[in-house]
Design a protein around this ligand. Structure first.
Ligand SMILES: [Zn+2]
Length: 151
């Protein structure tokens, strides 16, 4: 799917976030999340001395939006910047694909061999984790967050 002007603005918001917060080896990815209400929440990754405690920028943006009361998520993008050169849109890691899928399956802007594209999180994660007995798209068996989406 082609990017819109709102998608380009989302990339700019993620880029601004990491340019403001960049610290070598600590903060090098910015993310921006657009809600269905049109608000944009941006954040940066939180690296840690213990690698498994690090948190991706997408998760931080989602948490900020959720804490502000937002529940519908339209699109997300992450931008990596190393303090010099051009920032680059990066694809979400597998954990973030799962997380975004669980929180409304927004569009994800990501690089491809032909340039930037956007794909639903589920399109980047064709066989997402489901608990035993759950079926995708079945409100009767879905998790609470999925049930809210079905309304
Ligand atoms: Zn991630």
């Amino acid at each position: 799917m082609r990017l819109t002007a709102d998608d380009r603005a989302l990339i700019a918001a993620a880029t601004d976030a990491i340019r403001r917060a960049f610290v070598p080896e600590w903060h090098h990815v910015g993310a921006a999340l657009r809600t269905r209400s049109g608000k944009v929440f941006s954040a940066v990754n939180l690296d840690t001395y213990v690698g498994s405690c690090a948190i991706c920028a997408e998760a931080c943006a989602l948490g900020a939006a959720y804490a502000a009361g937002e529940r519908g998520f339209e699109a997300c993008v992450a931008v990596r910047w190393r303090g010099r050169g051009r920032p680059a849109v990066v694809a979400p890691c597998g954990r973030c694909r799962e997380m975004l899928h669980d929180y409304g399956d927004p569009w994800v802007i990501h690089p491809t061999a032909r340039g930037l594209a956007k794909t639903r999180a589920s399109g980047l994660l064709p066989d997402a984790y489901l608990r035993p007995g759950e079926r995708r798209g079945d409100p009767a068996t879905a998790r609470p967050t999925a049930r809210r989406r079905a309304r």
